[in-house]
Design a binder for this molecule. Structure first.
Ligand SMILES: Cc1cc2nc3c(=O)[nH]c(=O)nc-3n(C[C@H](O)[C@H](O)[C@H](O)COP(=O)(O)O)c2cc1C
Length: 157
């Protein structure tokens, strides 16, 4: 069907868990492809205006499902809010943010990225934001998994 994105989730009959606001997670990690670079861009309000094929491939969302949305579509419930608060504070000051993110795929699986998020500023005007994501090392992923778990406990403390 034209314009409709058929996914493995739909084929498996798990539509109720596959909505954009769904928090259903499987605990299954999708390996980040060697040498892949995942790119997306937003307008100044954080609305996604560009995604590359690598993001489509790993996230399980098709391009039409990503464009016009916000990046919290990709948020995994294991990610502490403080990480994003620091991200927005940094880019809001016109600086680049570097960090590790666990992102949720449409089918509830996840993938880890080493992310850089940067404001696109031309002649003093904010045009939007760009994120470039690369394969993280396993050592960093394990460290962040443990750190984020501690942060979640502390924030609910
Ligand atoms: C360019 C850009 C890329 C982003 N990439 C991600 C991402 O890959 N995963 C993610 O969870 N949030 C990403 N964010 C942060 C989200 O906008 C959002 O702050 C975060 O998902 C938490 O959302 P929530 O507080 O509404 O739950 C990105 C933000 C920007 C500006």
């Amino acid at each position: 069907m034209k314009g409709h994105c058929v996914t493995r989730v739909e084929v498996a009959g798990l539509q109720q868990n596959a909505g954009t606001g769904g928090r259903y997670v499987t605990g299954i990690e999708r390996p980040f492809p060697e040498d892949a670079i995942i790119v997306s861009r937003t307008d100044p309000e954080g609305v996604i205006t560009h995604v590359n094929q690598a993001l489509v491939d790993i996230s399980g969302y098709c391009q039409q499902e990503l464009l016009g949305q916000r990046h919290n579509l990709l948020r995994h419930p294991d990610m502490p809010s403080d990480v994003f608060a620091q991200m927005w504070q940094t880019i809001g000051q016109g600086r680049r943010w570097h960090g590790y993110l666990k992102n949720r795929c449409k089918d509830g699986s996840h993938y880890w990225v080493k992310a850089t998020v940067m404001p696109n500023i031309r002649q003093g005007r904010l045009l939007g934001y760009t994120s470039v994501r690369k394969k993280p090392s396993r050592v960093k992923v394990d460290a962040c998994e443990a750190l984020y778990a501690r942060m979640r406990v502390e924030s609910h403390g």
